[in-house]
Design a protein around this ligand. Structure first.
Ligand SMILES: C[S@@+](CC[C@H](N)C(=O)[O-])C[C@H]1O[C@@H](n2cnc3c(N)ncnc32)[C@H](O)[C@@H]1O
Length: 248
């Protein structure tokens, strides 16, 4: 039914004009974090924006779990190359860059990439080096976007030793694309026996089983790292080590 002039007027009055900038809080605070002997200072928010896809503006419990684990196991990083998926403000990649030969941090959100680059600059300024001379890079990567993955792999031939992910399994719709991306990166780094280290924080039973199903669909082997299951931020977290299975 066509709107009469009066109802058309009412419909127009009901349109609320809010663009993304209305939800944008970029009032980042310089914040200190400690993982074992490693202190990291970076810009982040203290609480999440809920109305816009800006989960990456703050540090999540999964990053606390992964950074604690990595800081106790730096030998698994020393001299290696790593790519991080869904880096957010970059706390995991920045920690790794102290030990790895090269770290590529990635995210899909433009606002998040801005604060990620700012934190990379902050860490490069502290020792007067350029990010790339420290082997630290930031790239846009939307899970499942093969062009973006191929661009990264062209710039880093032979792939990576490690794929890292902290608290990146929280939205069911993105999990299949995440595992596609991980499979491509594991393949590219096959000659290096590439591993995916995932810090998983359990929020729903559906997601708990979904990640196991996705890993098995991709014929990946998923092993819980003994001793890593613990409560982080009131939720249960665990570190998984995921590799291409023998059937590949
Ligand atoms: C919950 S936050 C975790 C951030 C950081 N890893 C941490 O633990 O503090 C999830 C991150 O994944 C990114 N992300 C979500 N969906 C994505 C997608 N489809 N492709 C790439 N990045 C994505 C978000 O922008 C965000 O930075």
């Amino acid at each position: 039914m066509e709107a009469t002039p009066n109802t058309q007027q009412q419909d127009d009055d009901d349109i609320v004009c809010l663009d993304a900038s209305f939800f944008l809080n970029d009032n980042y605070q310089l914040t200190n974090f400690t993982f074992g002997s490693q202190d990291i200072q970076l810009f982040c928010l203290q609480s999440a924006s809920t109305d816009f896809d800006l989960t990456g503006q703050l540090v999540w419990p999964g990053a606390m779990l992964l950074n604690d684990y990595l800081s106790k196991n730096v030998e698994m990083l020393r001299g290696f190359t790593a790519i991080e998926l869904g880096s957010g403000v970059g706390i995991t990649g920045i920690l790794c860059s102290r030990f790895c030969h090269k770290v590529v941090m990635t995210d899909h959100n433009e606002e998040v990439l801005k604060i990620l680059n700012k934190n990379i600059e902050l860490h490069s300024c502290s020792d007067n080096t350029s990010p790339s001379s420290r082997g630290l890079f930031a790239n846009k990567l939307e899970w499942g976007n093969s062009d973006q993955i191929n661009d990264i792999l062209q710039n880093h031939p032979g792939g990576f030793d490690l794929v890292l992910g902290a608290d990146i399994c929280f939205q069911q719709s993105s999990v299949p694309m995440l595992f596609n991306t991980v499979e491509q990166l594991l393949w590219a780094g096959e000659g290096r026996r590439c591993k995916f280290i995932l810090a998983y924080v359990s929020r729903t039973k559906t997601m708990d089983s979904m990640i196991l199903i996705e890993a098995s669909k991709h014929q990946m082997q998923m092993k819980e790292v003994p001793g890593t299951r613990r409560i982080v931020g009131n939720l249960e977290g665990v570190i998984y080590e995921i590799t291409l299975g023998s059937k590949h």
